[in-house]
Design a protein. Structure first.
Length: 118
C-alpha cells in the first residue's frame, strides 16, 4: 500500500522560508516521479514543481520560479520543497504526488497547510 505523508506546513510571515517534506512508502521511490501541487479553496489544484526519478527538477509554477526548489533523497524515500521569500499568495494546502515508474499509477498525500500572513 502506497503512502505519502507530507509535513512541514506552518504559519509563516511574508518573506519567510519553509521546507516541506513528503515521505513515501510502499513503492520503489527511486523509480518514481515526484511532484508538489497546491490548492486554495475554490480553485483547481496547481502544479508547483516536479522532479524525475533521475533527479531532473522543474519549477512549473511561474510564481514560484526563483523562490522554490524541489529535491529528493532516495536514501530517505523523501522529496522536499524548499520555499523562500514566501508571499501571502503562496497560502494553500500543498500536496505531494508520486507516479510509479513501473505502473504509471499516481498517488497523493493528504496535504499540509501553508499559511503566509503577518
Amino acid at each position: 500500500q502506497v503512502q505519502l505523508v507530507e509535513s512541514g506546513g506552518a504559519l509563516v510571515q511574508p518573506g519567510g522560508s519553509l521546507r516541506l517534506s513528503c515521505a513515501a512508502s510502499g513503492l520503489t521511490f527511486s523509480r518514481a516521479a515526484m511532484s508538489w501541487y497546491r490548492q486554495v479553496p475554490g480553485k483547481e489544484r496547481e502544479l508547483v514543481a516536479s522532479i524525475t526519478s533521475g533527479g531532473r527538477n522543474t519549477i512549473d509554477a511561474d510564481s514560484a520560479k526563483g523562490r522554490f526548489t524541489i529535491s529528493r533523497d532516495n536514501a530517505k524515500n523523501t522529496v522536499y520543497l524548499d520555499m523562500n521569500s514566501l508571499k501571502p499568495e503562496d497560502t494553500a494546502v500543498y500536496y505531494c504526488k508520486a507516479r510509479s515508474g513501473y505502473t504509471e499509477n499516481e498517488y497523493w498525500g493528504q496535504g499540509t497547510q501553508v499559511t503566509v500572513s503577518s
